[in-house]
Write a new protein. Structure first.
Length: 134
């Protein structure tokens, strides 16, 4: 069971072309598109985060680590990449994991948020943080 579970992560994250990111906005947009194309992976990823990665093999962790490695290469040394990674992944996966709940609430309070709006807000927020660190 664990091997199949890990193979799902390896197969999915092997399709993530995070190396194409030339800046933090690209990084956010590539991750957003990746999770948007595979909403179930956003759910599995969140479950695995909550479980401290206990079901993931070292091979799987190495493949997943390409995201943080790329982010480190895009950031100034004064910026904590784990903080940025946590913010980006949390916002994207929470957004995609709560689609049905937000639709129910949106009907009550009459708001509608699209992923593109969330991506723009995330890029703006991270951008402001990074400018403040300079």
């Amino acid at each position: 069971k664990k091997e199949i579970y890990n193979e799902i992560f390896v197969t999915s994250f092997s399709k993530l072309h995070i190396e194409d990111a030339s800046n933090v906005d690209d990084y956010i947009n590539i991750l957003a598109s990746f999770f948007e194309k595979d909403v179930q992976m956003a759910k599995l990823f969140s479950i695995e985060l909550a479980n401290e990665g206990n079901n993931l093999s070292e091979t799987t962790l190495r493949i997943l680590s390409k995201t943080i490695k790329k982010l480190i290469s895009l950031l100034d040394e004064s910026v904590n990449p784990i903080f940025i990674q946590t913010v980006v992944m949390s916002v994207l996966t929470t957004y995609l994991n709560t689609l049905q709940l937000r639709n129910k609430v949106s009907n009550i309070v009459c708001i509608n948020e699209e992923l593109s709006s969330i991506k723009e807000s995330l890029c703006e927020m991270v951008g402001c943080y990074l400018k403040g660190k300079k």
